[in-house]
Design a protein around this ligand. Structure first.
Ligand code: TYD
Length: 217
């Protein structure tokens, strides 16, 4: 099992947020900046990040696991995460790399836990098994009103932006947003909420300032 060693390890930064929050873009910008600052960077994502976890990603995103319910999904995301931590993230950190990950444990808390109703005690138990005590040094929660995020995502896909979103879908996104904000409130030392409705460059500046202040890259 992975242990953070006494020797200098890398740092672990995760990005979380809803659809159209721009987290993948921001993760990429941060990775570039860290590289320019002279750090070795491992950029990764969840679900995925190792060959086994990428296979599980396919099963999850295709909806094959969905039919078995949210608990099965939580289990599968956790199986993928355990492999990712054990066989990629942990090793990268031990070799001094800075790890930038697009989604991590908070997505399971927000989607399978708070939104789909898997009890917190079960989510906690899964975290104990999958993380071996590893938590991100900083988690950026990219916060954006769902109407704006969904409109951005639709625009990016080249779909005409609808006037109204189906109310149930919007409600779901509201719950995910609320869940991420609740996590940030519970863990203020780890989580930083960023206003993701700002222009991309300003979001990137906010992120970089936090990294400079907290982790001195
Ligand atoms: P992805 O195509 O990576 O979308 P996004 O750009 O939104 O990150 O799909 C990942 C999907 O998986 C996304 O809808 C969130 C969901 N997810 C969970 O439900 N639980 C999890 O633990 C993780 C990591 C992702």
């Amino acid at each position: 099992m992975m242990q953070r060693a006494a020797v200098e390890t890398g740092r672990f930064i995760t990005f979380e947020g809803g659809e159209g929050s721009g987290k993948s873009t921001q993760a990429g910008i941060l990775a570039n900046r860290l590289t320019r600052a002279g750090r070795q960077v491992f950029s990764t994502r969840e679900p995925g990040g190792t060959p086994a976890a990428e296979e599980i990603r396919e099963a999850l995103l295709s909806g094959k696991v969905w039919q078995y319910g949210p608990f099965a999904e939580a289990l599968m995301f956790s199986v993928a995460r355990a492999d990712h931590v054990e066989n990629a993230i942990g090793q990268a950190l031990l070799s001094g790399k800075w790890v930038v990950c697009d989604r991590f444990l908070d997505s399971t808390r927000a989607y399978q836990g708070a939104t789909a109703g898997v009890p917190r005690a079960l989510i906690n138990a899964l975290e104990r098994i999958t993380l071996s005590g590893l938590l991100p040094d900083i988690t950026f929660i990219l916060d954006i009103p769902p109407e704006e995020g969904l409109a951005r995502a639709a625009e990016r896909r080249g779909v005409q932006v609808p006037d109204r979103f189906e109310s149930q879908e919007l409600m779901l996104h509201e719950r995910v947003r609320r869940a991420f904000l609740d996590i940030a409130e519970e863990e203020p030392d780890r989580c930083v909420v960023i206003d993701a409705s700002q222009p991309e460059a300003m979001v990137a500046e906010d992120v970089w300032e936090v990294v400079l202040n907290r982790l001195s890259p």
